[in-house]
Write a protein that binds this ligand. Structure first.
Ligand code: NAP
Ligand code: GDD
Length: 329
């Protein structure tokens, strides 16, 4: 009999890759989905006959308890969140309710049903914000710069607190930006690769972006979900930075993506102040030495390969279905 796992956020980028990994490792996978007026299963369409979906919501403690009681999982991955940083200024209270108290609800629900369930919390490099140290490690103090970052600091520390207060196996992964062809269209990598595809196919001739100087440590989501799983296979729960250790600016991202299809980005990219943020995180770069040493984890996909993979996927998708993407700030 394989292990059982519950994933919140299974309809998101990471949830879909993690579900694939767990299924391939022989797990029974249950995904928590919130009720929407239209289904949102495009990332897990190919998995629907191998997974079980259960309705529940991070805002509803009893719904979480019910699913955990029914499934009795060995592992619980809390990936659900309001994950888009700009939206957190528009909806700071909801962001806190999902990401901070939502995490507490998950931990409480697990504590109520069975403290032996291993839990993973999706923490973020956004917690470092105005960075106190370069590169960032598990010891670097946090200085979040958005309501999203603040909510994730709460989620991180409440996870540490449940580990220390109740002896629960609660691990927090401090993941740096990770991307894929399944990334939401509003995040900068996907916005750029989708824009490049539309420009290459003659559907538009411009791409409006915000801060081109921001630097991020971008990796491939498929590599990062492997680290989540590894964290829950250890003897002791702990916190780990997951990153490539290489950073690039948004400008470099744009150059690489346009070059991949033989175009000069300067002819198409314009600054749109609507995409500037009230407070920016200028430069994130992680030191994943602990994860390499303890978990044996390392990233396999380089930045250049990742961007090429995303541009190629968007070219194929847009060519097959050239509907306008619609700008989301
Ligand atoms: P994503 O694609 O935006 O997916 C978010 C998921 O959360 C979706 O499945 C969404 O469901 C679900 N969700 C949101 N609110 C919910 C609620 N109230 N109840 C139940 N489910 C809810 O995010 P991602 O990129 O996969 O990231 C996964 C996690 O890692 C997030 O917690 C994110 O903050 C964190 N993280 C991401 C990165 C990164 O670079 N990707 C880096 C560090 C940390 P719907 O489909 O219904 O919207
Ligand atoms: N989204 C977006 N759109 N970002 C832009 C744009 C634009 O048009 N132009 C420049 N940027 C810059 C942003 O200002 C930011 O500095 C950088 O590109 C990356 O933005 P996002 O791709 O939106 O990601 P993020 O770094 O804010 O947040 C992501 O990574 C975090 C981990 O560090 C999200 O996945 C978070 O959920 C995650 O925690």
């Amino acid at each position: 009999m394989g292990k059982r796992a519950i994933i919140t956020g299974i309809t998101g980028q990471d949830g879909s890759y993690l579900a694939e990994l767990l299924l391939d490792s022989g797990y029974e996978v249950t995904g928590i989905v919130r009720r929407l007026s239209a289904s949102n299963y495009w990332r897990i369409e190919h998995l629907l006959d191998r997974i079980t979906l259960r309705p529940a919501d991070l805002l509803d403690q009893l719904s979480l308890v019910r699913v955990i009681q029914d499934v009795r999982p060995h592992e619980f991955y809390n990936l659900a969140a309001m994950s888009f940083v700009p939206a957190s200024w528009d909806q700071p209270l909801l962001t806190g309710d999902y990401n901070a108290q939502g995490c507490t609800r998950v931990l409480e629900a697990i504590r109520q049903v069975d403290t032996g369930i291993r839990v993973y919390q999706a923490s973020s490099s956004e917690m470092y914000g105005r960075v106190r140290e370069v590169p960032q490690t598990e010891q670097t103090p946090f200085y979040p710069r958005s309501p999203y970052g603040v909510s994730k600091v709460f989620g991180h520390y409440i996870t540490v607190n449940y580990r220390e207060s109740y002896g629960m196996f609660a691990a927090s992964g401090i993941l740096f930006n990770h991307e894929s062809p399944r990334r939401g269209l509003e995040f900068v990598t996907r916005k750029v690769t989708d824009g490049v595809a539309r420009i290459k196919l003659g559907l538009t001739d411009q791409l409006g972006l915000g801060n081109l100087d921001a630097r991020r440590d971008w990796g491939f989501a498929g590599d990062y979900v492997r680290a989540m799983w590894m964290m829950l296979q250890q003897e002791k729960a702990d916190d780990y930075v997951i990153a490539t250790g290489v950073s690039h600016s948004v400008r470099e991202l744009v150059e690489v993506a346009f070059r991949h299809v033989g175009l000069d980005w300067q002819k198409y990219v314009r600054l749109d102040p609507a995409f500037l943020r009230p407070a920016e995180v200028d430069h994130l770069i992680g030191d994943a030495s602990k994860a390499r040493r303890v978990l044996g984890w390392e990233p396999k996909v380089s930045f250049e390969r990742l961007i090429a993979m995303m541009v190629d996927a968007d070219l194929a998708r847009v060519a097959a279905q050239p509907a306008p993407a619609g700008a989301v700030r």
